[in-house]
Design a protein around this ligand. Structure first.
Ligand code: NAP
Length: 278
């Protein structure tokens, strides 16, 4: 039997176990997905120990995504983002990936939203914000990062500028600001991602409704509740709305495919998440 899992603290309410086990069931695989909750400063040690225990793959969540970089050979994207959320033990040393990036890209793609040439705004500069900003930077014509702590948005914008290839005819214009910059940026944006914790288990939004409009596609990384205040107000404004379960699904799909080499049973995984969230 192959053992996969998740390390984080806390992991009690994670949706990854039902999502991945639904995939194993759908494909008749002899595999299990378990959770591990090491102490907050033991993330890298836990990832190293998992190798000796024969674990086949790990997902990594808060607060370990950064720490784990030192315990794996991160691929270029994970190194640029500065966070690993998937470890594959088939390689020696284990390979680290950031599948939150494709989670964001494929959530938009699934909804038929064009990323190429878009004006994108990401709210938040923590782990999810970094993944979302890197996900959109390459294809966007412009990317603006807004964060409560403006200096973190600045650092993220600087990291993106230095990661983007400099041989392009029209380089992406990357800017940053505090949350007050949303008033200027969102009215002209095509894509908006909320990657803050605002709206999680509360009826709050980081983006005032007056800035939302019908030409916008809004992805909220928050998935509890599935319909956040931001998404409700975006729908009222006529925008395309994409809930956080799509991002969660597609980061899991890439992890599954990296670990197993099989096409993920996407519908079964999606149904498992949504059953839990309902
Ligand atoms: P994180 O690293 O702790 O970052 C938190 C972010 O939220 C920071 O930008 C922080 O701003 C901002 N923030 C916190 N409280 C705020 C407030 N009251 N007003 C404005 N901004 C505030 O967390 P994370 O890992 O990026 O997660 C962020 C959200 O994304 C969570 O809801 C998480 O569940 C979700 N997420 C979803 C997925 C998915 O697959 N759907 C994947 C990863 C994360 P400061 O920098 O100013 O503190």
């Amino acid at each position: 039997m192959d053992v996969y899992g998740l390390i984080g603290n806390p992991v009690e309410h994670s949706l990854s176990p039902p999502m991945h086990e639904a995939a194993y069931d759908a494909l008749g695989m002899d595999a299990r997905y378990v959770t591990f909750e090491p102490d907050a400063d033991d993330g890298a040690a836990a990832v190293e120990a998992a190798a000796t225990l024969g674990v086949a793959g790990l997902n990594v969540t808060v607060p370990f995504k950064r720490d784990v970089l030192s315990a794996v050979e991160a691929d270029d994207l994970a190194a640029e983002v500065g966070a690993v959320n998937t470890v594959d033990y088939a390689a020696d040393p284990p390979r680290g990936y950031n599948t939150d990036v494709s989670g964001v890209r494929r959530a938009f793609d699934h909804h038929g939203v064009e990323r190429e040439g878009a004006a994108a705004v990401v709210v938040g500069a923590g782990g999810a914000g970094r993944a979302a900003a890197f996900a959109l930077a390459e294809d966007a014509v412009s990317l603006h990062v807004a964060n409560r702590t403006a200096s973190r948005a600045d650092s993220l914008a600087t990291a993106i500028r230095s990661a983007l290839p400099d041989d392009r005819d029209t380089p992406t214009a990357v800017s940053a600001g505090g949350l007050d910059s949303l008033a200027e940026r969102v009215p002209d944006a095509d894509l908006l991602v909320n990657a803050t914790t605002v709206g999680m288990e509360s009826d709050e939004t980081p983006v005032p409704a007056e800035h939302l409009h019908e030409d916008l596609a809004v992805l909220d990384a928050v998935y509890a509740p599935l319909e956040t205040r931001l998404l409700r107000e975006a729908a009222d404004a006529g925008a395309t709305t994409i809930d956080g379960a799509w991002m969660l699904l597609y980061q899991g799909v890439e992890a599954f495919e990296r670990w197993t080499g099989e096409d993920a049973p996407i519908d079964a995984m999606n149904e498992a998440i949504r059953t839990e969230l309902r």
